[in-house]
Ligand binder design. Structure first.
Ligand SMILES: [Zn+2]
Ligand SMILES: [Zn+2]
Length: 512
């Protein structure tokens, strides 16, 4: 970056989400002062206009921001840096569905600039690119300030819960804490409180309980607009759909069988907060998830309190895994490592590995060192075993093996063709017809290096009252994929009734 200054060129720095990476942004400001223009969604239109003008006129030469900062009006760009390049927030989920990492490579090529992709857990796409010689891999083996990676301890919750329940006093009342926290993790939190050090607890699911189920017939409360169970929230008490924000009152009895008892199943951050507060009444606890950070500066306020050591235990979703640097945090506890592992998505293992590695990296950043405790019911999963030993290369080898047959990225390029509509039958028929149309196209054009998989209902087959079907296109040739994806998006005929829509998503980050 210093070289750039002597060359008189400019730079673009992309970060995943400004609110979660304020420490990174501060570091850039500290190093480059008035050369930096920060672009983020919290800017008013006027502020944004001023920042863009300053960049356009060359008054500021480094644009730092999320995804869209890639389009900053800079001239003579010398370097594009993509920090935490594996982050899925670089993918825009609405049209235009570009992936900022891929777009960065395109812009840099056009300007003759260098691209630096930074990550402690690179995406398999970028790793493979280096394997093929299309990128140079630079390794930083040492942690900042020479700190050691913290030791990670695994707790198999299947046996831990059994033992904890067996060793209870005979008349002891039922204690839900025992099913959620192993004695090891409880003791570790306790010792941090005694020593005045801080703990981070990760649970990647917000709300109080994952779903509400009838004790009598097993019926689960689902969203009336989406094929997904409603999440139970305690404050304020309601059932919430995390896909469409539908809110419903908690029913007092089952609508199907009339049974009066509804069970709350599965764990959310609100429940963990309550359990921890009951067990450690003297502890100062803060929760960080989508529900507590909707205000403009809510993130910063919570993190500032952690920085001032006004919080003993910070618990939250994946938000707390990213880039935080607090030297007094000496314990990271992963309450349930398995929440993301069983999703029907080929990146489920990769995401879990990244999340575990990142949150583990939050412990022991200061001279006091630190430790990580991971609770799981799937201790053999390769995402878990390799995260324990900080073994990225080992994980990549196993995961790449799993992506060869059937082929998934990085071995093929992917396009997800999604057909949605308000009627189930019409949507299925349109998806089938579209897949047939593409199959004919492939046959006519002799496109041998193109595979069509499907069509089938999406794993979540209805969102916001729209039924969803999809099929996948796979090809090892990126240019062919670009051509076909564009052709299908523009030409594939879709009946003009039942609100039918066809969307082609190139390089999808999620197949749900
Ligand atoms: Zn029932
Ligand atoms: Zn919904």
């Amino acid at each position: 970056r210093e070289v750039l200054r002597t060359q008189g060129r400019t730079a673009i720095v992309l970060v995943p989400e400004i609110a979660l990476t304020s420490q990174t942004v501060d570091r850039f400001r500290g190093a480059f002062g008035n050369d930096v223009a920060v672009l983020h969604s919290g800017l008013s239109d006027g502020e944004r206009f001023d920042a863009w003008q300053a960049l356009r006129r060359g008054e500021r030469r480094i644009a730092v921001g999320a995804r869209s900062a890639l389009f900053a009006p800079l001239e003579r760009v010398g370097v594009v840096i993509v920090d935490e390049e594996h982050e899925s927030s670089y993918k825009q989920s609405e049209t235009p569905r570009y992936h900022a990492r891929e777009a960065a490579i395109v812009r840099a090529r056009a300007e003759g600039a260098l691209v630096v992709l930074g990550s402690a857990t690179p995406s398999l796409e970028s790793w493979e690119r280096a394997d093929r010689g299309q990128a140079v891999r630079l390794t930083l083996p040492d942690r900042a300030a020479g700190a050691q990676l913290p030791p990670v301890q695994l707790v198999d919750m299947r046996s831990a819960v059994k033992e904890a329940l067996a060793s209870r006093a005979p008349q002891a009342p039922y204690d839900p804490l025992l099913r959620v926290f192993s004695p090891v993790l409880l003791a570790a939190i306790e010792s941090r409180l005694t020593r005045g050090e801080q703990s981070l607890l990760l649970l990647n699911r917000r709300g109080f309980a994952a779903f509400v189920q009838c004790h009598g017939c097993g019926d689960v409360q689902v969203c009336p607009h989406c094929s997904i169970s409603l999440t139970y929230h305690r404050v304020p008490e309601s059932l919430v759909c995390h896909y469409c924000q539908h809110h419903a009152d908690v029913p007092s009895s089952c609508a199907r069988c009339g049974h009066a008892t509804l069970q709350r199943r599965g764990l959310g951050t609100q429940q963990v907060e309550k359990l921890v507060a009951e067990r450690f009444p003297e502890a100062r606890i803060a929760r960080m998830d989508v529900d507590t950070t909707s205000g403009k500066w809510a993130h910063t306020q919570i993190l500032d309190r952690v920085g001032r050591q006004e919080v003993d235990i910070l618990l939250g979703t994946q938000m707390i895994a990213k880039g935080l640097d607090f030297p007094n945090v000496t314990l990271v506890g992963v309450v349930d490592a398995d929440t993301g592992l069983n999703l029907p998505d080929f990146r489920a293992s990769e995401r879990t590995f990244q999340l575990l590695s990142q949150v583990a990296g939050r412990a022991g950043r200061g001279p006091k060192g630190g430790e990580v405790i991971v609770q799981t019911r799937m201790p053999q999963a390769h995402a878990v075993t390799h995260a324990l030993t900080h073994d990225f290369v080992g994980f990549v080898h196993e995961e790449l093996g799993a992506r060869r047959h059937p082929a998934y990225p990085p071995f093929v390029h992917l396009a997800n063709v999604m057909v949605s509509g308000v009627h189930q039958g019409a949507t299925a028929a349109a998806a089938t017809a579209a897949a047939e149309w593409v199959t004919q196209l492939m046959r006519r054009q002799g496109l041998r290096d193109l595979v069509l998989v499907g069509p089938a209902p999406c794993p979540i087959d209805r969102i916001k009252d729209r039924w969803r079907w999809h099929f996948l296109l796979k090809s090892s040739q990126p240019r062919l994929m670009t051509r076909v994806a564009r052709y299908v998006a523009e030409r594939c005929p879709v009946p003009a009734d039942s609100g039918l829509r066809l969307v082609v998503d190139r390089d999808p980050v999620s197949l749900l």
